[in-house]
Design a protein around this ligand. Structure first.
Ligand SMILES: *Cc1c(COP(=O)(O)O)cnc(C)c1O
Length: 356
């Protein structure tokens, strides 16, 4: 069976050797030695200075909205995982959807200003599949209108844009370390922010504690645990090998699918990408369904990332968003993971080409 992705599992003895240190310390959580070491290693691996590891990739979105004091309307993309929209609604704000660019699949920055009202407090956009949004244009719009910028960078581990970590753009960026993501801690995630927001974000992720008996602010519990950090530390040494293997697979997909009528994502210039997903866009949704069925009959399970378009969630007021709906009905992510055999890529492409 071939799924759309497969979790990289480090050698068990290496994971256990790291866990041993948690046993020695006697601490399972509350920012023990392993969490501190993981944060240090992430800072240097990613080139991003203000990071707080968290227990998943959704709480950092909610904490960012809460700690930045956002209210009213938040401009966002309908083409993302549901957590982007649900976090906005969960925090009592209203998502205002702006359509996506048909080639980049990120929010269409030229349509943002028209969506700004006196109620708008922020822009929350996704670097979808690790492809950066037009961060410079978005920042200029935010500065002009006094808005905060949050990036859902769940797919962006190790992505660089214009020579630096994509996590360094915006007021806050978030990443997911879920087992299905490129770098993982089982469940897990992180928040990256401008230095001036670090303390605020930190208090919010630990009940607002400022020492044992003083409380600086409202807070929640989003702390990463030691066993989670141990997994991250065990996976970390393999990241360059994982990235290389994924690059080879993507290169093969590209060469086998050349000349077909499938469209591919356009990576923004000046991006060092991370080969996190392999999305293809079909001319028609019916074609997608035929290919998906044919692959499934061979025990190959691609996924419709991202369907449905988030403007059709039952808890938001539906407004038609044409490009996002068009793309989400036609896009399919083909299997991509570190040890996917190249022969499987050939099989997948044969099947795809047979039915389009
Ligand atoms: C995976 C994902 C999340 C949520 O991350 P979790 O770690 O599962 O909470 C948020 N946004 C996007 C775009 C994602 O793909």
């Amino acid at each position: 069976m071939i799924n759309v992705t497969k979790t990289f599992l480090p050698p068990q003895n290496e994971y256990q050797a790291i866990l041993e240190r948690a046993w020695e310390s006697g601490w399972m959580t509350n920012r023990g030695v392993l969490v501190q070491e993981l944060e240090m290693k992430l800072k240097s691996f990613l080139g991003s200075s203000h990071i707080i590891t968290m227990t998943n990739g959704t709480l950092p979105l909610q904490i960012a909205i809460k700690a930045l004091g956002l209210t009213g309307e938040i401009i966002t993309t309908p083409f993302s995982y549901v957590a982007t929209t649900s976090s906005i609604v969960w925090e009592g704000c209203t998502p205002v959807f702006v359509d996506i660019h048909p080639d980049y699949l990120t929010i269409d920055e030229t349509k943002i200003e028209a969506a700004i009202t006196p109620e708008t407090s922020a822009i929350l956009a996704t670097h979808v599949f690790g492809n950066p949004c037009a961060v410079d244009v978005i920042q200029a719009i935010a500065d002009k209108h006094g808005l905060k910028v949050i990036y859902d960078a769940a797919h962006c581990f190790s992505v660089k844009y214009k020579g630096q970590s994509i996590f360094n753009y915006g007021d806050v960026s978030t990443c997911s370390f879920h087992a299905t993501k490129l770098f993982h801690t089982g469940e897990g995630g992180a928040l990256f922010c401008k230095p001036e927001y670090y303390d605020r974000m930190f208090y919010h992720h630990n009940f607002g504690h400022q020492g044992q008996e003083a409380f600086q602010s409202l807070g929640i519990n989003a702390k990463m645990s030691e066993p989670q950090a141990a997994m991250g530390l065990a996976v970390m040494p393999y990241m360059s090998v994982i990235l290389n293997k994924r690059e080879n697979i993507v290169t093969l997909y590209n060469s086998l699918l050349v000349g077909t009528n499938l469209s591919k994502i356009n990576l923004r210039a000046d991006t060092i990408w991370n080969y996190s997903y392999y999305p293809v866009v079909f001319k028609e949704a019916t074609q997608l369904m035929v290919v998906k069925k044919a692959l499934e009959a061979c025990e190959i399970f691609p996924r419709r990332y991202f369907y449905p378009s988030l403007n059709s969630m039952p808890y938001v007021d539906y407004v038609k968003i044409p490009q996002a709906e068009f793309i989400s009905e036609r896009i399919l992510c083909l299997p991509l993971y570190h040890d996917l055999p190249l022969s499987a890529v050939e099989t997948i492409c044969d099947i795809v080409k047979r039915y389009i």
